[in-house]
Design a protein around this ligand. Sequence first.
Ligand code: AMP
Ligand code: PCX
Ligand code: MG
Length: 534
Amino acid sequence: MDANLPAAIGFLAEVRQDSARPPEPVFAARAFRARWHERTADRSLHTVLLHFGAPDEAYAREAGRTLVFAGELYNRDELLGLLPGRVLPGSDAALVIALFDVYGIHAFRLLNGRFAALLADRERAVAATDHAGSMPLYVSVAPGQVLAATEAKALRGAAPRGRSFPQGRPFPQGRPVRRRPGICQVPAGSVLDIQVSTGLCVAHRTWTPPAARRILPEDEAVDTVRRALERAVRSRTGPGTPLVVLSGGIDSSAVAALAAHRSAGPIDTVSMGTDQADEFAQARVVARHIGSVHQEITVPTGDLLRGLPHAVWAAECTDPDVIEYLLPLTALYLRLGDTRNDGDPGGDGDTGGDRGTARRILTGYGADIPLGGMHRESRLAQLDTAVCHDMDTFDGLNEMTPTLSAMAGHWSTHPYWDRDVLDVLVSLEAGLKRRHGRDKWVLRAALSDALPHEVVVRPKLGVHEGSGTTSSFSRLLTDAGIPKGFVRQAKRLVVEEIYDQVVVEGRHPDEVALDAVVELISERAAHHPHPIPR
Ligand code: AMP
Ligand code: PCX
Ligand code: MG
């Protein structure tokens, strides 16, 4: 077991009244795989676990219940304080099952983490996501059978065919999965309480984005943000040397600076660019300032775009904007092995965790959502409208999924989407987010002593812009004859077509011919009478 990594990063679990065995699932995430089976008087539990060498740590058993837990917790100390007089649980799974014994399903309201969990409790199955649904969780429920998996594609072939529920959804809040009737995604910040015999599901929210706004003096707001972010970075860095994916923008530079502060030795940072665009100079300023061991990876644009099927396969998302954000990061993660002196870019499909190359990666992803940074909006009313909209619509996009890096055998985590950081950032009144003519003012002010001034004031540049991904994807389509006014729709159609091939039909991303997909969409565009710009 590598203490630097979570015990497990994904699973397929099946709870049944009879004892059939689920077929071998496909996952994009790469790690060791362990199969495990348990039969009690009431039910059987089968699991396929993706782990880093100590699968037992991802299971816990207590009082006739069994918990399967993928991911990790960030408020262990607080949680341990709730269990006085007990033998302190060693693993996160053991901690959660001990809390369940005391609090029942409300235990999930206590957790600040990045996880997905399935608990088999006699005739009940309980499925839970973290507050942000940052590790996706899909379920398929039929009377007598409950399946849960951290990737939708893992339920291919295992899910019951019949649609036993209205619209294929066992509970009204379930997010339907494109072209996979019978499978639905568990919403962010939810716990699903399922009666196995009937398939009856009740969903409870364990977290919702704050709706109120706090009015704080500048100093207090700045101090609150700094402390929350420091704690989130600290609880995510683990005992090893962390690796921060660094653009040189304020979000990732803040994470890198705080990780460097708490690290005994230099931390690692890495930046990606393409032959079209990079932010290498800006990232270098930060790396030099914090004394990190810094690397730059240049990805040829053709290779970057050929990674589209991999990004869609990992994220299981059909939103073309999100795929543009995730594509450069996917390309970076897949090339991290290239930056090592051992020259080993990773292992085969099932054993990503066995070579000692798996890294714990911190990102600055997601800071712009609670702070409204994407919107370049100076009017406070519109800024808060944008924040509300983004907080209402992130669920189901899977942009935070650990599978993006797990596809390359690594574990990634996003401090800005720590539950406490998010609560603070969302709830600050908009005038603290946009202030003195700057976007994300409160964050910039909170890091002003830790980073060079030019970094603190540097305007926002999204990863899709800084790497030239958006423009390269557009050019791929216009070069194929797609009219400019149709490019946005065409991107969506390309991403959906890829999704259908790799998620719905179960093809490996290496088998997807991107040129053929683009040609198909270009032919459709040619027959489209009125391209309508979105
Ligand atoms: P963004 O907010 O668009 O800068 O991107 C989200 C996160 O992705 C950043 O906070 C970084 O952690 C990471 N990132 C963005 N651009 C790069 C890059 N060029 N190289 C490495 N990591 C990056
Ligand atoms: N980002 C943003 C998040 C992208 C917006 N997502 C959403 N509205 N659900 C961030 O890092 O905060 C970039 C590139 O900027 C990705
Ligand atoms: Mg950036």
